[in-house]
Design a protein. Structure first.
Length: 277
């Protein structure tokens, strides 16, 4: 079966987390599917559930010599019931065990893409739920004119991120799979530092734009609310910032990936149409 859209939800549930933000994100997706065929994949970076993924799964895939455990159909339904996750609409659950003390969001998200069955992708973090109406329909329509769509995020301080903001984001992003694959997906090298996934993605997209006819936009036709941040923070390697900057400079000739003058991808006006209404 092919889908109109594949939504890949990056997920990590720490130990002792009481309120799982994933539930509301999936609920909001289900509200906006309409007549579209939408595939929803949970890309789980070693969440702590009362479940042995290594013993209870539908199938195993080996990607880049790493095992990922996939729940589908009956096994997925049983898992959701046992975890008291009262939610429908999930197509598959991909789990990559926390075998190292790192954030492996890039790898498990790339796995979600490689197993997806649509040529159109939407990336969401599990704590970013739709606050715009008709988000899925709007995105599918925008794909008629754009290869890349950045939706607007409302932070938990109730402020929207503006077109003029120099922040990068790793969620609320629509992209054609062909483009995602051409730039090499998310940078799995970032697991060494457990950060800079978003900056790596943006600069690769910007460099691709410079050398191609990539069309991208920034829009509030797809908006999400960032309800619960910093769950991966414990895995961030705080004392590796100097090494990280050296690595980024080696890869992209960018001396300071956090600075918009050095990292031009942070300047949306240079490469993204402004569709904020």
């Amino acid at each position: 079966m092919t889908y109109d859209l594949s939504i890949i939800v990056a997920h990590f549930k720490p130990e002792n987390l009481l309120d799982n933000p994933l539930l509301k994100t999936i609920y909001k997706i289900n509200q906006q599917k309409k007549e579209y065929k939408v595939e929803v994949t949970i890309s789980d970076d070693g969440s702590f559930y009362n479940h042995s993924f290594l013993d209870n799964y539908s199938r195993i895939e080996k990607i880049d010599n790493k095992k990922i455990y996939i729940l589908e159909n009956k096994e997925l339904k049983d898992f959701l019931i046992k975890q008291n996750l009262k939610v429908d609409g999930i197509t598959k659950w991909i789990h990559f065990p926390k075998i190292n003390n790192s954030m492996n969001k890039a790898f498990v998200t790339n796995c979600g893409v490689s197993l997806s069955q649509s040529d159109k992708l939407l990336f969401l973090d599990d704590d970013n739920y739709f606050i715009s109406n008709n988000s899925i329909e709007n995105l599918i329509n925008l794909f008629n004119n754009y290869d890349l769509v950045f939706g607007q995020i409302k932070d938990n301080n109730s402020r929207f991120r503006s077109y003029e903001s120099y922040r990068v984001q790793g969620t609320t992003i629509g992209i054609k799979k062909e483009i995602f694959n051409k730039i090499g997906g998310l940078g799995e090298w970032t697991s060494e530092f457990s950060c800079a996934v978003d900056s790596d993605f943006w600069i690769k997209l910007y460099n691709y734009y410079i050398n191609s006819n990539l069309k991208g936009c920034y829009t509030n036709q797809i908006s999400t609310y960032d309800s619960f941040s910093k769950r991966w923070k414990k895995y961030t390697k705080f004392f590796k910032e100097i090494k990280l900057r050296k690595k980024f400079n080696k890869l992209y000739n960018c001396k300071n990936y956090k600075n918009y003058r050095s990292n031009l991808s942070r300047q949306k006006k240079l490469w993204l149409d402004n569709l904020i209404k």
